[in-house]
Design a protein around this ligand. Structure first.
Ligand code: ATP
Length: 411
């Protein structure tokens, strides 16, 4: 058996290696075997940066984590139902899970779960490249378990499911497959791609919450547009919602968003839902989008319809401001990226960079001293001063005072 002990020692030098050994030694003391699994092994073998350290215990992971928390100063967050625990100490985090055996009774729903052996735990996984384990029990430290051909597929750069029923058992794997393929620069293995295309309609069985979660994971990738494009080509996006498309238009907008520093999940979603055929209300319902995100999508659509007004050369800055301040900032940014009209773009940029910060020089207190009635009166005058400043009618304090006096004469 190949030993990867030196690779682990190199990759996790310092704090993280100490933490892994601590868990493994405590587990061994209880007669349990422990393994690094899934993404951590994949990324270790690929020489990629490792963010999450997932550890599987052949035994009660929660009890092991509790024992470590009691004696070794770890902070623990546990999930009794799933037999999992997160351990945190200083900057180090470890995810512990009990090895599990899963069976699917109904497609698209969550599986039935029982404790199992490491082999069971690997068999339930999504793709061969995620099915490898490296044992860290002291007596077997560094032994790799690769029963599904994970290393061969890593070498060939292939994303391959473990059995033909995989996408039906869990259609969210369709998104996962595309994510890994695009992130790692791999390809879907031919049979896997065929089955993915065959099973794509099973996405209709997936709950809105799970589907939203998958889409959010795609949008958190470094270049989500590549995965969206691929999802579009494979017929995946239209299963999520008939109006969605991953195309060149979207690619350009996503890239610009990253260049100008405005990229966020909400902004990406607003751009994805920008085309008029996207019908945001049904998308919001299908993905059970949270209130703030739903607002961004609705605002983006409403502002898209209002853009014609902004394209009018006669429109005053104060009128543009009054129109735009009703909308969420992300919606304004989405429309800036989406619009092709120079004047519209100029006004949206002005709004984002300048107009929304414009305030009168005179404060509310100062207005009170000048005799403006407190409350509504002050509010009205501050608004009037902002309007005048936006339209270039006042610049100095004296000019503002003159405007206030005029207001007092007429009110
Ligand atoms: P990432 O770098 O995206 O975090 P990861 O491989 O660590 O990649 P997770 O989503 O954290 O991915 O999942 C951890 C592991 O659990 C995966 O490597 C995979 O083996 C398994 N897994 C996750 N989701 C599924 C699923 N839907 N079906 C089967 N196995 C899954």
């Amino acid at each position: 058996m190949t030993s990867l002990s030196s690779l682990i020692e190199k990759q996790f030098a310092g704090e993280r290696l100490g933490a892994i050994r601590e868990v493994a030694e405590r587990a061994a003391g209880q007669g349990l075997r422990v393994y690094l699994v899934g993404g951590v092994v994949r990324d270790l073998l690929l020489g990629r940066q490792i963010v999450d350290i997932d550890i599987v215990v052949e035994g009660d992971a929660l009890a092991l984590a509790r024992a470590l928390a009691e004696t070794k100063g770890w902070q623990i967050t546990g999930h009794q139902r799933f037999g999992t625990a997160k351990l945190r100490r200083d900057g180090t985090t470890l995810d512990l899970a009990t090895a599990r055996l899963e069976t699917y009774s109904k497609p698209g729903t969550l599986p039935d779960v029982r404790p199992g052996a490491i082999a069971d735990d690997l068999r339930r996984r999504d793709f061969t490249i995620n099915t490898m384990a490296i044992e860290v029990t002291p007596t077997h430290f560094g032994d790799i378990i690769d029963t599904h051909g994970g290393q061969a597929d890593l070498r060939q750069k292939l994303v391959r499911i473990l059995h033909p029923q995989s996408f039906i058992d869990d259609p969210t794997r369709i998104f996962r497959a595309i994510r890994y393929e695009q992130r790692l620069g791999f390809r879907l293995e031919a049979e896997t791609e065929k089955l993915l295309r065959r099973d794509v309609s099973w996405l209709g069985q997936v709950s809105g919450d799970r589907l939203r979660h998958e889409l959010e994971l795609v949008l958190k990738e470094e270049a989500p547009e590549t995965a969206l494009r691929r999802a579009g080509d494979l017929g995946v996006l239209r299963e999520v919602h008939p109006g969605l498309a991953g195309n060149g238009w979207l690619t350009e907008r996503f890239e610009s968003a990253r260049r100008n520093g405005s990229a966020s999940t909400g902004l990406y979603l607003a751009l994805l839902a920008y085309p008029p055929q996207a019908d945001v209300e049904s998308l919001i319902a299908r993905l059970r989008l949270r209130r703030e995100v739903a607002r961004v999508l609705r605002d983006t659509q409403a502002l898209r319809r209002d853009l014609q007004g902004l394209a009018h050369p006669e429109m005053r800055p104060s009128a543009a401001y009054a129109l735009l301040q009703r909308y969420s900032m992300i919606a304004v940014r989405a429309c800036l990226l989406a619009s092709d009209d120079c004047l519209v773009k100029e006004r949206l940029t002005k709004y984002l960079d300048e107009w929304r910060y414009v305030k009168s020089l005179l404060t509310g207190d100062a207005l009170g001293k000048l005799g403006v009635p407190k409350g509504e009166g002050v509010g009205q005058v501050l608004e009037e001063l902002r309007r005048a400043r936006l339209d270039g009618e006042v610049e100095t304090v004296e000019q503002e005072m003159a405007l206030v006096r005029k207001w007092l004469e007429t009110h």
